[in-house]
Design a protein around this ligand. Structure first.
Ligand code: HEM
Ligand SMILES: *[C@@H]1O[C@H](CO)[C@@H](O)[C@H](O)[C@H]1NC(C)=O
Ligand SMILES: *[C@@H]1O[C@H](CO)[C@@H](O)[C@H](O)[C@H]1NC(C)=O
Ligand SMILES: CC(=O)N[C@H]1CO[C@H](CO)[C@@H](O)[C@@H]1O
Length: 450
């Protein structure tokens, strides 16, 4: 095409875009919650500090209230800030707020498959299947608690090998957390020195770093930037492909050795379901879904648990008086010669409070994962159109200064009453709220009969 024509077309389409965005702002804003005035194309980008998104949201909530609208790029996003708004949406109106919002950097690789990034019937179906399967595996010959206890034993031995000398525990903790998921999903754990396993975890660690960079936050707001293939995004995709091919290989091995009468792990249960639905063209039990679902469990379970344990060690080092009290309680209640078990928990209020406080204080996933509304929703006199992205600020709930006085201080006392009993809080939502497996919506937990 003639270069002049190209230029004219470009200018024309840009002005159309500009007009369209201005028009959308003026026509839609009567119904959406209030918020700062967006600029065309860049929206409210200038009001957000990509290095500290949750603080930006807190600042904006002081001006616009607990429910406000923010334009991340051209699309409006509704932000829920503080306990009341988050609870009202995720608990009281769970079904309507249960959609998963789009995360552009994941579009290419997940494409609506699996559990975390899927929606609608696929999500309900696979999530339900996964919850039932995890529960069945937990009640089998080797419960999930057994697996955790065995792995904890290995972890302690590995730490003992460091002979009290300074060490970086990152990969030891990665191995331990990941092994628990691996034993559920692939049936086996790996040695802490296994080269393939460490490679896999390194890729995972690398990708987490890339994802948390401010640059990727910008790309999520302006997905068009991803088309210019920033270096780090390519590395992310390559590393992801590596993880995926590893999982595919595992799945192939399972397929070859599958014994329908004796399912060994999550993959086996999925493959059996796949065979049962073999002739159903619409079946959601495809190898694609299996790979993504297994990948979801592996990544979501490994990264979160590892970071939490790493922060917990750091906080105990920084607060020796807390560490001493925990040690005292362990020695008094359990002694040093047997494995801890879940039953001990109710006799160890201080330790329980410390664990809750670690999770509250580190605020691991401050804005949760984006949700979206599954239909037009009337919420506090506003109208949120179907498909609008909703951000729930878990951070604002975990740092509520009435529920947790001095929220910026690490203090297990936040979860203890005057007599030193454990004190439950509805504001404890590092896993979001509603479910035992961190998730959206509080239905679709399998009932006891299933
Ligand atoms: C300290 C540990 C963990 C934290 C803080 C955490 C936190 C979260 C949060 C905030 C969400 C988003 C919920 C929402 O959309 O409202 C989530 C989702 C999810 N988590 Fe976790 N999580 C942890 C451990 C795990 C483990 C061990 C597993 C798996 C075995 C897991 C599997 C999932 C899955 C599958 C989802 C997606 C659920 C859905 O979209 O339906 N998580 N988690
Ligand atoms: C939030 O507001 C405080 C006080 O007005 C200001 O110092 C801080 O820079 C703001 N933070 C962000 C991330 O906008
Ligand atoms: C599979 O997913 C589709 C949505 O694409 C859904 O309509 C259908 O019910 C699911 N299939 C089964 C067997 O549940
Ligand atoms: C397989 C692969 O592409 N790995 C990449 C993962 O990330 C590291 C660190 O950025 C790269 O050096 C690797 O090439």
């Amino acid at each position: 095409m003639d270069p002049v024509m190209v230029l004219v077309l470009l200018v024309l389409s840009l002005s159309c875009l500009l007009l369209l965005s201005l028009w959308k702002q003026s026509s839609g804003r009567g119904k959406l919650p209030p918020g700062p005035t967006p600029l065309p194309i860049i929206g409210n980008f200038l009001q957000i500090d990509v290095k500290d998104i949750q603080q930006s949201l807190t600042n904006l909530s002081k001006v616009y209230g607990p429910v406000f609208t923010l334009y991340l790029g051209m699309k409006p996003t509704v932000v829920l800030h503080g306990y009341e708004a988050v609870k009202e949406a995720l608990i009281d109106r769970g079904e309507e707020f249960s959609g998963r919002g789009r995360i552009p950097v994941f579009d290419k690789i997940f494409n609506g498959l699996g559990i975390i990034f899927s929606n609608g019937n696929i999500w309900k179906d696979i999530r339900r299947f996964s919850l039932i399967t995890l529960r069945n595996l937990g009640m089998g010959k080797r419960s999930i608690e057994d697996r955790v206890q065995e792995e904890a034993q290995c972890l302690v031995e590995e730490l003992r090998k460091t002979k009290g000398l300074p060490c970086d525990p990152t990969f030891i903790l990665y191995c331990a957390s990941s092994n628990i998921i691996c034993s559920i999903v692939f049936q086996n754990r790996f040695d802490y020195k296994d080269r393939d396993f460490l490679n896999l975890l390194e890729k995972l660690n690398e990708n987490t770093k890339i994802l948390s960079s401010p640059w990727m936050q910008v790309c999520n707001m302006f997905p068009i930037l991803l088309n210019f293939c920033p270096e780090s995004y390519n590395t992310f995709l390559k590393n992801h492909t590596y993880i995926k091919s590893y999982l595919l290989e595992k799945i192939k091995e399972h397929e070859e050795s599958l014994d329908v009468a004796n399912p060994r792990d999550f993959i086996d249960f999925f493959l059996i379901k796949r065979r049962q639905e073999n002739c159903n063209q619409l079946s959601n039990y495809t190898l694609e879904h299996l790979t993504t679902t297994v990948g979801n469990l592996f990544v979501a379970g490994t990264e979160t648990t590892t970071s939490t344990l790493r922060y917990a060690l750091l906080l105990l080092l920084k607060h020796p008086h807390v560490k001493d009290k925990v040690q005292e309680e362990i020695d008094r209640v359990m002694g040093r010669h047997r494995r801890p078990c879940m039953q001990d928990r109710s006799h160890m209020p201080y330790t329980d409070a410390m664990i809750h406080e670690v999770q509250r204080f580190i605020d691991l996933i401050p804005n949760s994962l984006p949700h979206k509304v599954t239909c037009d929703v009337k919420f506090r006199n506003y109208l949120i159109p179907k498909g609008t992205t909703v951000i729930t600020s878990l951070s604002s709930v975990l740092h509520d200064n009435k529920e947790f006085p001095n929220p910026e201080t690490f203090d297990p006392g936040h979860f203890l009453d005057e007599e030193g009993n454990f004190k439950k809080s509805n504001y404890f939502m590092p896993f979001s709220t509603g479910l035992s497996l961190c998730g959206r919506g509080n239905y679709y937990t399998p009932s006891r009969e299933e």
